[in-house]
Design a protein around this ligand. Structure first.
Ligand SMILES: Nc1nc2c(ncn2[C@@H]2O[C@H](COP(=O)(O)OP(=O)(O)OP(=O)(O)O)[C@@H](O)[C@H]2O)c(=O)[nH]1
Ligand SMILES: [Mg+2]
Length: 370
């Protein structure tokens, strides 16, 4: 197992294990309901999933496919754009906007891109200072103004500055709270409008930050933000600090929006690209045993590699010029392009596939056995 979400799901796993201490191959429906409720999957969604499971004893694969279906909006296609690519970050106060901007910046820097930050949360002086500290720490430029200044003007200047410098990315911070809800709504709309005036197509990605510790109670508030400006996707923060990891399914399902990343800590590297297959797999691991039958025919099941096999595979790929980012993605170390890792139907081979579905590389069982 890859376990990229294990750290973030630790408390959720403990909560589920408090109801179901033993891992099993199958779990009766009524028990499963309790387990999912304990993880803060919303009751209505549990009902929908249970209705579609016809046998009383539920297998891992059956629940897996139902959970994956709730994440059907998990795909996002980057629009065509001229640089800089502009991210606009919104969400209620304390959700983790500023911290997440630091994490996104770190990711872009790791990819070799240059980033500029725009401090459009001008509501509090402390907010400007906090973003400035991150900019200093990460060594990136920032455009800011004094408290109370027009946030749209800051966004405009930030984009202009990045254009002049030829930078690849701009990330704009916003206020989560203003004097009134109407003020906030008007201000966000204006920032979006002005970004578009500064640069065609900007903001290219409007990201809603949701505090994961709020679980399902964040849904209504998230819908309100989505009504103000059409959000492109969400980032769920503080997953590490909550037992409500299951709410991620209900949030994604209710909002019909993709999840871009999940925050699993306070450090710049604590941002995990959301991969629905990995997330569901890590979510189910504490309660379900693996079904070993799948292995029998081919010797190695690429869906279920153990640590040693995974390490071997990563080494072989690295030698071929691909860095393994997760169970489902690799990056070409030359071009920095990301490709999907696809397991073939029988589970007997893994392929590196481009967007058009062309297979760039294929690895079979001899790759990972000694
Ligand atoms: N454990 C944990 N803490 C987080 C995570 N993301 C953010 N935080 C913490 O949450 C708190 C609030 O984060 P901020 O980034 O300041 O939130 P904000 O949305 O910018 O808040 P305002 O500017 O007040 O609107 C800080 O203490 C962060 O360190 C996360 O993924 N895990
Ligand atoms: Mg902030």
């Amino acid at each position: 197992m890859f376990g990229f979400f294990k750290k973030g799901l630790q408390k959720t796993a403990e909560a589920m294990k408090s109801v179901a201490p033993q891992k099993r191959k199958t779990i009766p429906k009524d028990e499963l309901e309790d387990i999912l409720l304990e993880a803060d999957v919303e009751y209505d969604l549990i009902e929908i999933m249970m209705r579609e499971l016809y046998e009383d004893e539920v297998k891992r694969e059956q629940l897996e496919s139902k959970l994956l279906a709730t994440l059907a909006w998990a795909n996002y296609e980057k629009p065509e754009y001229e640089k800089p690519f502009v991210d606009l970050v919104i969400g209620v106060n304390g959700a983790g906007k500023t911290t997440t901007i630091a994490k996104l910046t770190q990711r872009y820097l790791n990819e070799g891109s240059r980033v500029l930050l725009g401090a459009s949360d001008t509501f509090r002086a402390a907010a400007i200072e906090q973003l400035t500290r991150w900019a200093d720490r990460l060594g990136v430029p920032i455009v800011s103004s004094r408290q109370g200044h027009d946030p749209s003007a800051v966004a405009y200047d930030a984009i202009e500055s990045a254009k002049a410098k030829g930078l690849e990315h701009v990330i704009i911070d916003t206020a989560g709270r203003l004097h009134t809800q109407t003020n906030l709504s008007e201000e966000l709309k204006k920032i979006v409008r002005i970004c578009g005036k500064a640069h065609e197509g900007a903001p290219h990605r409007k990201i809603l930050i949701i505090d994961g510790t709020q679980g399902n109670s964040a849904i209504a508030q998230a819908k309100a933000f989505n009504d103000i400006i059409d959000v492109d996707g969400i980032i769920i923060t503080k997953l590490d600090g909550t037992a409500k990891g299951g709410s991620l399914f209900s949030i994604a399902y209710a909002l019909r929006l993709p999840i871009f990343f999940v925050g699993v800590g306070e450090k710049p590297e604590d941002l995990v690209p959301f991969d629905k297959y990995e997330f569901v797999s890590d979510f189910l691991d504490p309660i379900f045993e693996m079904d070993e039958n799948a292995l029998a025919q081919t010797g190695i099941d690429f869906n279920r590699l153990d640590d040693a096999q995974r390490k071997k595979l990563a080494e072989v790929m690295r030698a071929d010029g691909f860095e393994m980012l997760s169970k489902h993605f690799v990056r070409d170390m030359g071009s920095w392009k990301e490709y999907r890792l696809n397991v073939n139907e029988t589970g007997s081979a893994i392929e590196i596939v481009d967007k058009e579905g062309n297979i760039l590389k294929m690895y079979t069982s001899d790759t990972v056995s000694d």
